[in-house]
Write a protein that binds this ligand. Structure first.
Ligand code: AMP
Ligand code: ZN
Length: 133
C-alpha cells in the first residue's frame, strides 16, 4: 500500500534493521525502541490490524514471533518477553499496518505499564457475557 511505512520496509523500498525474514513476514528492530532488541513483526502484505487480518497470515506472524524469541534466548540469553499488538484508533496504534511488538524484559528494567484495575466490573460479567450470545 502506498504511503504505508511498513509496506515500504516489506518491499525493501526502505531498509529495515532486519532480524529475521520468512516467506510472508519480517522481523526488524523498532526505530524508536523502549528496550534493547525491541522488535516488530509484520506480515509483508498489508493488513490494517487484527480486525482485517486472515488467520493464516496471523499464523505466519506468530511463527516468526516464536523464532525471534528463540533466537534472542539462544544468542543473548534473554528469558523474558512482553508481546503485544495495538489495533484500532483507541489503542496506541500509530502505524496502520499490522505489527506485533516483541519487548525483551530485563531484571530491574525501568519499563512500567500503568493501568488502573476495575474490579467492580466483575459483577457485570453475567450481562457482559450475555451480550456475546
Ligand atoms: P504502535 O504504536 O503499536 O503502532 O507501534 C508502532 C511502532 O513502529 C513504534 O514503536 C515506532 O517506533 C515503530 N516505527 C515507526 N516507523 C518505523 C520504522 N520506519 N522502522 C522501525 N520501526 C518503526
Ligand atoms: Zn502496509
Amino acid at each position: 500500500m502506498e504511503n504505508c511505512i511498513f509496506c515500504a520496509l516489506a518491499e525493501k523500498r526502505l531498509k529495515p534493521w532486519l532480524v529475521l525474514e520468512s516467506d510472508n513476514c519480517l522481523a526488524f528492530l523498532d526505530s524508536n525502541p523502549v528496550a534493547p532488541y525491541h522488535t516488530l513483526v509484520i506480515p509483508k502484505a498489508h493488513f490494517d490490524n487484527m480486525l482485517d487480518v486472515p488467520v493464516p497470515v496471523l499464523q505466519d506472524v506468530t511463527e516468526l514471533i516464536h523464532q525471534v524469541c528463540q533466537l534472542y534466548t539462544q544468542k543473548l540469553g534473554i528469558d523474558s518477553y512482553q508481546i503485544f499488538n495495538n489495533s484500532g484508533p483507541h489503542s496506541a496504534q500509530t502505524v496502520n499496518h499490522l505489527h506485533f511488538h516483541i519487548l525483551p524484559r530485563f531484571e530491574g528494567d525501568a519499563i512500567k505499564f500503568y493501568a488502573t484495575r476495575m474490579p467492580e466490573l466483575v459483577k457485570q460479567y453475567p450481562e457482559m457475557l450475555d451480550k456475546l450470545k
